[in-house]
Design a binder for this molecule. Sequence first.
Ligand code: SF4
Length: 477
Amino acid sequence: MSTFYVQNFGCRATQADGAAIEQQFLDLGLQRAPDAAAAHWVILNTCAVTAQAEQDARAAIRRVRRGNESCKIVITGCYAQRAPAEVAALRGVSHIVGNSEKHALAELVLGRKCQDNSSLSGSFFPLASLQTGRAAEPSSEAVEIFVSDIFAHTRLLAAPVFDSGGARTRPNLKIQDGCSNRCSFCIIPSVRGRSRSLAYPDVLREINQLVGAGYREVVISGINLGRWGRDLAPGRQESGSTRKDQPAATDLAKLIRAILEHTSLEKLRVSSVEPMDWTDALVRLMAESPRIAKHVHVPLQSASDSILRAMRRRYRPWHYREKILNIRAAMPTAAIGADVMVGFPGESEADFDETRAMIEELPLTYLHVFTFSARPGTAAATLGNPLPAEVAGERSRILRDLGTRKKLVFMRSFIGRQLQAITLAARAEQSGGNWTEALSDNYLKVRLEGRQEANRWVEVSIGAVRNGYLSGQPVRP
Ligand code: SF4
């Protein structure tokens, strides 16, 4: 029996793609191997969001090849789409499948799909026809490359993703892919294509299946989740398998309302949404429904007007401030997270200070801090004026420290109060101590006294903050 192993790098969207790729191999009768060393086919589902992410993928190829001389190594994902010739030149690679062809990956590499299939015509590129992105020694092996124009691509590949470590309590459902924005630092639109949405009936069906399987929280996610449904609006419908049914809901707030009405899901969590897509309707809906987790994530990137303009972000610092204050007023206990980028070309000390000061001032409760990485093909890569690495590193450290302090203040504010939390499967079973790990509705890690059954919503009385956790006792009904 032929076996496969999929290793994912990068974001939740990549993990959702990886889950769908696993299903393709299973459907074709292959078995999942426990690790890369034991597999006949190793699929590395890569990320390209930073230079480091691509470096990690190259290191993984070398590692897999060292541990398994005979396996076929398939490179897919964003790095494969961005630089197929560069990847093909790496020793040990047998197949490259871009995001454009990932929906048929297993069939393609197993040779069960004709390359002259109309849906794939023109997608098989001989290596010689591709532009090499970097000087590299040619691989001695023949490499098959399946990459085509990502902007012609209308499919959305997704399967629910479960927590890592075997915990299967909070599946993540990707309902949107791609992005039609052009932030100047971002490689994602050119490797994932235009924004496209999982149709409304398909979203409901997926969630009802997860509820039927016993899940009590589902996280909906996307590359640009706030744009969900815009491509499904009347008059803008494209042909494609998920677009046959005209959806009743064509924006995220309406979709969420429909999920609440047409499923019995206990808790819906909404992942990152861009600032201007936090409409009053969406904020009000989240605030009003106890079935929606009080957790919002709003990318900031920078609070300097000139840097935001250079980033081609579609909001100004004052828009961001207003959105966060609205959200806090509507949801006083909500977790409010932000992505922040340091080291964008030309970011002065004053620009950075504006970012630091706004974060200090706003009721944000956690931060994800990134350092700018010039990506070939993006507008920002040509800007010049790079920041010295030590300056960017120091700014990153300052913001990470600030994020840690704000999170601690937020956590301490719940001592002596009650929070709702869901018990996490694997941790509850594996932890040696007499406690159970849980995640609160408002995204805080909780250690519950006693061994509790997994996948249950419990009311917790919070007693203290210890080592990054809230500790507490379940409230007896
Ligand atoms: S909104 Fe901007 S940063 Fe986010 S995926 Fe789209 S282009 Fe990239």
